[in-house]
Ligand binder design. Sequence first.
Ligand SMILES: Cc1cc2nc3c(=O)[nH]c(=O)nc-3n(C[C@H](O)[C@H](O)[C@H](O)COP(=O)(O)OP(=O)(O)OC[C@H]3O[C@@H](n4cnc5c(N)ncnc54)[C@H](O)[C@@H]3O)c2cc1C
Length: 449
Amino acid sequence: MIVLGGGPAGLAVGYYARKYGIPFTVFEASDRTGGNCITFTHGKFRFDSGAHRFHDKAHEVTAEMQGLLDGDFEKIDAPSSIFFRGRFIDFPLSPLNLMSKLGLPAFFRAGLQLLAARVSRKGKNESFEDFAVHTYGKSIAEFFLLGYSEKLWGLPSGRLSPAIAGNRMKGLDLKVFVKEAVLGRKAKTEHLDGAFYYPSRGIGTIPEKLASFCGEEGIRKNARVTRIIHDKKRIRAVELNGEEIIGTDFVVSTLPLDLFLRMMDPLPGRDILRLSRSLRYRSIILTAFFLDKELVSENASIYFPDPDILFTRIHEPKNRSKKMSPAGKTSLVVEIPCQLDDAVWKMPDDRLILSVRSKLIQAGLMSKNEIIGSVVKRMPYAYPVLEIDFEEKLRPVRGFLNDFHNLSFSGRNGRFVYGHIHNMMKMGSEIVEEYRLKNINVSRYEFQK
Ligand SMILES: Cc1cc2nc3c(=O)[nH]c(=O)nc-3n(C[C@H](O)[C@H](O)[C@H](O)COP(=O)(O)OP(=O)(O)OC[C@H]3O[C@@H](n4cnc5c(N)ncnc54)[C@H](O)[C@@H]3O)c2cc1C
């Protein structure tokens, strides 16, 4: 079995293959594994490639992780907040806090719209905008969801699929809202922005441990896949770095789907290529600031829906684990979503830092004299962009790929799903399980519902 890409998805396949004694090699283009799920170091500071948390959504996967990490996997319970019109609002939204921050008239208007939306439940949810307005009412949708999503995904919310909501909207659950109104902020509510699991030395520990379980012989770094050679029924071989040909009985690809199709030899038909080219991916620029300050806030994340602010979210690594910053110091990591051809992707680091720095100072999160360092990191292919018609575009592509008997896909960009680490682990386990049971062709190519 060969696995294309050494991010969490590819490493998860390797991990389960190794567990069952199936021979495999993971081919990774860069000189490190982990993909977009790593922990950077800067002196004694550590910070993740974006605000990661491990969600306990599949208990068997969480248990597997506990084992893999030797128990170095703490449950963290930290609040978040939204920076809205110059004020910080608690997230998940809580009635009293919202009332004090929005003012009575806006709060009651939003509350009535929310109730009306829940009672009438009318209208089809063809887009994320429909979903947000029909579920939360116009004001809450406009204040907190639509502008934020447009910045994150780079499209008007009327063009975005309701699938982008994923499980992220639990912090806006009406039941949670009412429960907290009755029982107060301390009500025990389950929401995505509450408890999560986290390794003490950063999220990158997960792929690191997966990679060491795969073993050195299971992974080849600096091995960029450049061609996928097939006979229209089976993948016969892959080409590495434009020169070396490796034969294969079975391939699992976690590479961006359009890249995989463009590397196929012979090439797929023009229609398939046109459809796959129209699938878009979002990239992320991170700017990290290292501060001579004990703590900025208690928040796990702070969200910025304001369209005039370049970034969508910041996190303070120390609120995930104290080991992420040296004693007495902290850091802030800012996420700027963009396309690879946007001017901001090519903007020089010092200009990016200046522009983000001034907004963070304005928001009162840090002052100039507290900054002891800053750095910029760029992460291409961070999210597949789920446009309203993405499933229609994918259907023929999936049909074409289903004809290959020894090919399977995993990963965010490989399957074109908005998945998380626990999903990658499940995908890896299922692929290996089927391969093991049938000892061949896991040709399924499924969409995550
Ligand atoms: C900002 C951000 C926040 C996130 N937050 C969370 C979170 O809170 N919780 C959570 O569970 N998950 C989170 N994730 C998702 C998690 O990081 C993903 O599951 C993961 O990065 C996607 O994994 P992947 O292996 O599918 O792809 P990637 O991580 O993109 O890995 C793909 C790999 O393929 C390699 N590659 C590309 N082209 C080639 C080629 N031609 N040949 C060989 N190799 C190649 C790349 O170098 C890369 O290593 C977040 C992701 C981002 C970006």
